[in-house]
Write a protein that binds this ligand. Structure first.
Ligand SMILES: Nc1nc2c(ncn2[C@@H]2O[C@H](COP(=O)(O)OP(=O)(O)OP(=O)(O)O)[C@@H](O)[C@H]2O)c(=O)[nH]1
Length: 452
């Protein structure tokens, strides 16, 4: 469904839901980060006597709820100690070599966990460049000190993301309060108009009663009085009373009408203002919605967009049982492209491949960047054999793309795992099968498609 077609309240709720979902993802990321720091500290434990006490304090600080000020102090004193150790000349009996020597086994597992963590998180669009730089720096980190610094930056990024999300939630709540305030105003306006209408009716009734009274008095006088002059005076007096009643009624109604017009005009302006605000909010929600589901580096749908899309496809598959498949596409030996030609070249390769996939999938298929060097395609309504043919075609297109790096022609290949929904499946179970098929393709020599 296009965003335009949804009622405005629906968009608001969708935005709140999205924020809550992202907040939950960040909570997961925070948990992973805690585990990662635990990993890092285990790797560093025993590296140097001076470090052990700091590591202990860090672990204690991480065991409870995160207090940024306390944690900041611990991290600073740990960094200073590491800097001091790094500045000292190396002596063979110093165990500090464990910190600065080339990557240890622990180190590489920390690096790959950190790498996976950075790949998994979906950041707010404005933090995308920072996340990208961090991904590169994690991949290039040569030792545990550099990895620890990346861990610090990831923690900062997560904090900023959480604050950014909180800001968005606050802004949405402020809008909701504002709209509720306006609705209250309208309700009060309607109540006032109803009271006013009742006042108008009472005024009319008072006039009716006064006129009826005068006519009755006049009728009685006509029966009682024989003198024509006296009768004429009574008639004149009654007419004056009735005229005064009408004048009074007209004045009261005139004032009521003027006040009503002023209120109606003020309300019209309020409604106009509210409409303008609604438009502005709608545009910004639509933009946020689009950005939150776009991989800005490549300019294609991201994992969040995939998750929403596959969920919709899954819901309709449950009803229709039309064939539905998922293909996981992973670039082969991508790390060595980064290592040999640099991350900027790696980014360019990802962009070209992403664009090629967008260009060559059929209009009925949906393609997204799942994360890192992995893409994903949803085949909705396509039989497995036909989807496999499309995968083969995509694999061929990637293989024949020409890349030029360091004045050399570079060929890139990709492996693809395909799986279709079967009774009892969920998007997660099918993704798992596609991923398994992808690893079979990798183990089988890469540059191939395997059906899971
Ligand atoms: N340049 C660049 N590199 C990225 C990006 N995202 C992930 N990577 C890197 O992609 C690499 C993936 O490496 P691996 O998971 O070891 O996989 P591989 O080298 O492709 O090997 P196989 O998948 O087994 O063929 C890691 O070095 C990541 O840092 C990105 O946005 N830009």
């Amino acid at each position: 469904m296009r965003l335009d077609d949804q009622p405005w309240e629906g968009k608001y709720h969708e935005a709140v839901e999205r924020l809550s979902r992202e907040e939950a993802q960040w909570r997961d990321a925070e948990t992973l980060l805690r585990q990662l720091v635990g990993c890092l500290t285990r790797a560093m434990q025993g590296a140097h006597d001076q470090l052990d006490s700091h590591i202990e304090r860090l672990n204690e600080a991480l065991a409870g709820p995160l207090a940024a000020a306390e944690l900041g102090g611990v991290v600073r004193s740990l960094s200073e100690t590491i800097d001091n150790l790094g500045a000292r000349p190396y002596t063979p009996d110093q165990r500090s070599i464990a910190i600065t020597r080339p990557r240890t086994e622990h180190g590489s597992s920390v690096q790959s966990s950190l790498s996976r963590l950075v790949d998994r998180i979906i950041v707010l669009p404005k933090l995308a460049d920072r996340a990208n730089d961090l991904r590169h720096d994690v991949a290039n980190a040569g030792d545990l000190v550099a990895l620890a610094a990346c861990g610090d930056r990831l923690a900062d990024l997560i904090n900023e993301q959480r604050m950014g999300l909180q800001r968005e939630i606050d802004a949405l709540q402020a809008v909701l309060r504002h709209v509720t305030g306006r609705l209250d105003e309208m309700t009060q306006y309607m109540a006032r108009e109803l009271t006013d209408q009742a006042t108008g009716e009472t005024n009319g009734q008072v006039l009716d009663a006064s006129v009826a009274h005068e006519i009755r008095v006049l009728g009685e006088a006509a029966l009682e009085l024989d003198d024509v002059h006296e009768l004429r005076e009574r008639v004149n007096a009654s007419l004056e009373t009735i005229t005064a009643c009408f004048r009074e009624f007209r004045d009261r109604e005139g004032a009521r009408l003027t006040a009503y017009r002023e209120r109606a005009e003020a309300m019209r302006l309020r409604i106009e203002q509210l409409e303008t605000e609604r438009h502005t909010l709608q545009r910004s929600l639509e933009r946020e919605h689009e950005l939150s589901q776009t991989d800005t580096m490549i300019g294609m749908p991201n994992r969040l967009a995939y998750e929403k899309r596959v969920d919709l496809a899954y819901q309709s598959w449950l009803v229709s049982q039309r064939p539905l498949g998922i293909a996981a596409i992973d670039i082969d030996h991508f790390k060595s492209i980064n290592d040999t030609y640099g991350h900027t070249a790696g980014d360019a390769v990802l962009r070209v491949i992403g664009q090629a996939l967008l260009k060559h999938v059929r209009p009925v298929d949906f393609v997204a960047r799942y994360g890192g060097e992995e893409f994903i395609v949803i085949f909705d309504g396509t039989e497995p054999a036909e989807a496999l043919q499309v995968c083969e075609r995509l694999r061929g297109k990637i293989q024949h793309l020409n890349f030029h790096a360091a004045r050399q022609l570079l060929r890139v290949t990709a492996s693809i795992g395909l799986a279709h929904f079967q009774p009892g499946d969920t998007p997660a179970s099918v993704f798992e099968r596609a991923d398994l098929a992808l690893y079979t393709a990798k183990n089988g020599g890469r540059n191939r498609c395997i059906m899971g």
